[in-house]
Design a protein around this ligand. Sequence first.
Ligand SMILES: [Mg+2]
Length: 169
Amino acid sequence: MRNLYIDFDGVVCNSIEVTYKLMEEEGIDRSNFDECEAYYRRLDWNEVLSRVHIINGAIECIRKVVDSHKFDVAILTHVNSINEIVAKVNFISEYFPDLTLISVPKEISKTKMVCTKDAILIDDFPQNLVEWKEAGGYGIRFDLDMDGKGFPVIDRLDQILTNPDILNH
Ligand SMILES: [Mg+2]
């Protein structure tokens, strides 16, 4: 089975949008890099994940993809704190008691945490896909406007089960 890594923020749920809302509520200046970085380190991710919505049936879609037995599925997510790891693991385990979640410290590339050769990454952040491709993997952009930015694009996770370009790659 082929390894399939699915990003969390902006693919499974709208967590980043929620963090922007929280920052606005707290008067954090989003254009100030240091202030943002400090904010993300102390952010309460239980609060964030209590406010998110699931994007385009992502949970049912992941279930379908897992049940298809076509891919070995794991969540691959960038994190800024231990609190964020714990909250994300608890969130995913509520839906999937046995799905692997790999946390990647924000400072390093997702390509450094797992074997990328021929593995698929579904991610909404183009830079992650560029790095993935350079490291020998196959990147798919998740984007609600279906803008692939040079990559195959989907706006529902179960589309990878039916997209011939992806399946035959
Ligand atoms: Mg993302």
